[in-house]
Design a protein around this ligand. Sequence first.
Ligand SMILES: NC(=O)c1ccc[n+]([C@@H]2O[C@H](COP(=O)([O-])OP(=O)(O)OC[C@H]3O[C@@H](n4cnc5c(N)ncnc54)[C@H](O)[C@@H]3O)[C@@H](O)[C@H]2O)c1
Ligand SMILES: [Zn+2]
Length: 370
Amino acid sequence: MTNAKTTVRISLGERSYDVVIGPGLAARSGDLIATRFPSARCAVVTDSNLTARHLPALVAGLTHRHAGTIVLKPGEASKSFSELGALCERLLALGLERGDLVIAFGGGVIGDLAGLAASIVRRGVRLVQIPSTLLAQVDASIGGKTAINTAQGKNLVGTFHQPSLVITDTELLATLPPREMRAGYAEVVKYGLLGNAAFFAWLEANFDGLLGHDSAALAHAIATGVRAKAAIVARDELENNDRMRLNLGHTFGHALEAWAGFSARLLHGEAVAIGMAQAFRFSVELGHTSKATADRVAAHLSQVGLPTRIADIPGNERPDVANLMRLMRQDKKVSSGKFTLILARGIGDTFVTRDVAADRLADFLAREII
Ligand SMILES: NC(=O)c1ccc[n+]([C@@H]2O[C@H](COP(=O)([O-])OP(=O)(O)OC[C@H]3O[C@@H](n4cnc5c(N)ncnc54)[C@H](O)[C@@H]3O)[C@@H](O)[C@H]2O)c1
Ligand SMILES: [Zn+2]
């Protein structure tokens, strides 16, 4: 394996950082960290699906910088107040000081939880993300959002805490279950759809290599996604306006995820795939884009094995319109009965609209449920 790596700089003034992308980088983390933070000790936070295959090489590479490893249970349930409290205490017990680092080594769950802990322990210590799912590599590890869930909903408690470095090792994905890989791929497609038609066309031609773990294809796709997210985040770090475009497919998708109980029945990326197909179909209905465009989007998602319609969700029960409308209302602010959605004029050409009338949306959803 070559040592080829790509570095993407996230430009956020004094909070700027590098995302280093390539195969085999987790084992080289010690060196990548030492050149930037020579005297920092590192506390690793990970989950038990990473310990057998991937953790030993990371820890070996950290050498004397390794302060300890905290292994959590895999799964969304770890993003809770109780796990956050326990994690903060354990980080303090490892003797973590202000100049030290928390390393979030895992998928988006570990990134969100360890990121939140890093932002509050000792009023904030530095965070290094080493994302191990495609979703986390292309999306969750950059941008600085951290979160836990509460009884009221997902990601309702959190902070903005930018990492100081992101180390994206494409080889970690070799052990990722194919379904998780496809779910992460939906977020890769999102970047093409929301602002880069040439990248979408590249994905149509190269998805096989990417999902087959070709490291050059993966590195190219991840770097393109990270650059797109970085450009948007740099313009709108706190999500006041343009950053909302990153939510393409997410208002529809979150409603379906919530309806499915955030369960293994429908993974986040799968819900986003359906949501993106819906955003394009709704855009056709409202006269913003052509049916051929929406068909092309759905065809690519289907081709890789992602769902594009509510009927593709396994199981017999179907949501009703009132239920979906209620869930969509919760997801994004509604003002005077109008919904905010991300719609499309074409592939790579999306926009935020704040005046979608509830009855138009209800009509559309009624047809989607059939
Ligand atoms: N902060 C953000 O900007 C942001 C963005 C998107 C999503 N998220 C959050 O990310 C979470 C979803 O992240 P995810 O999809 O990475 O899920 P995840 O962290 O739950 O990981 C999915 C599964 O894969 C396992 N796994 C991780 N890496 C592996 C590997 N290399 N080999 C084998 N198994 C591996 C995990 O243990 C888990 O069982 C959600 O909680 C979501 O809210 C955050
Ligand atoms: Zn997402």
